[in-house]
Design a protein around this ligand. Structure first.
Ligand SMILES: NC(=O)CCC(=O)C(=O)O
Length: 267
């Protein structure tokens, strides 16, 4: 399974429509080199460009959906199209559509943990409520978005739903790059699952982006890591590897469920 992560730069001087066309072109360029292509979080507007969220919001079946469905079909790839600002009535969601090589929508995930501590995304967007997985040939993939990476229970829930790999699009800032790499590897090790973490490059809304997308195997080894700039990061995944590692080192079987804090502090 050949995976390509498109670490696109969000340049505020590039109109959203132009970036949409450029992203679609980059996806098409992976035809023949990839089975799965991934874009980052909110590459349309920029994850920190909160002032633009409402103006650049779209219905699920809007211009980003149409452009990405066509690109997936033309490239004959599975496409996790990062995320865009989805408008549903008065509500906004940070939504990730996933397309099959026929350009059909196979999954749609609304980010559950919104970033901003009551500001930005956390104030403007509604929270998703559902865990989402989708099936590639021989590999079940769970999805999370950016800040979700800090919440291990979400990923454990995805494992319980069958996930053997995680796709995590992000708009992660450069100043917390150390957390990004550490958390991506931690989610891989603790869940014995591939992690495909695709960030953005460039600077938008005065927030320098980390880049450094990475592909981690279910043993926690980094198979490929990007630099800070625009880049297409590629690696080959072995769909049999998560099951092999889980059989060989069966830590997931040793989970103790329902452990609760004592009612009174121990003395
Ligand atoms: N877009 C995001 O979710 C940013 C998350 C972040 O900056 C962090 O967790 O740190």
């Amino acid at each position: 399974m050949r995976a390509s992560l498109i670490q696109i730069a969000v340049d505020p001087d590039e109109p959203v429509a132009a970036r949409r066309a450029r992203a679609a072109r980059l996806v098409r360029e992976e035809r023949g080199s990839a089975d799965l292509v991934v874009l980052p979080e909110l590459w349309t507007v920029g994850a920190f460009a909160a002032d633009l969220f409402a103006a650049e919001s779209e219905p699920l079946h809007g211009p980003t959906y149409e452009a990405m469905a066509a690109a997936a079909r033309d490239a004959e790839v599975w496409l996790h199209a990062g995320s865009f600002v989805e408008a549903v009535g008065d509500a906004l969601y940070n939504t990730s559509p996933v397309f099959s090589p026929d350009g059909e929508l196979v999954a749609s995930y609304r980010k559950i943990h919104r970033f901003g501590f009551d500001r930005g995304e956390a104030a403007l967007m509604a929270a998703g409520e559902d865990l989402v997985t989708f099936d590639l040939p021989h590999l079940t993939v769970g999805v999370g978005t950016c800040y979700d990476l800090r919440f291990p229970e979400l990923f454990r829930g995805l494992v319980d739903a069958g996930a053997e790999a995680f796709v995590v699009p992000a708009g992660w800032p450069a100043r917390r790059r150390g957390h990004w790499t550490l958390l991506a590897r931690a989610r891989a090790v603790e869940n014995q699952a591939y992690v495909l973490a695709c960030g953005t490059a460039g600077t938008h809304a005065d927030v320098e982006q980390a880049g450094h997308s990475l592909i981690v195997d279910p043993w926690g080894e980094v198979l490929a890591e990007a630099g800070p700039g625009e880049e297409v990061l590629r690696a080959v995944l072995d769909p049999a590897k998560p099951a092999a590692i889980r059989a060989d080192f069966p830590a997931l079987k040793d989970r103790v469920l329902g452990v609760e804090a004592p009612a009174k502090p121990r003395v």
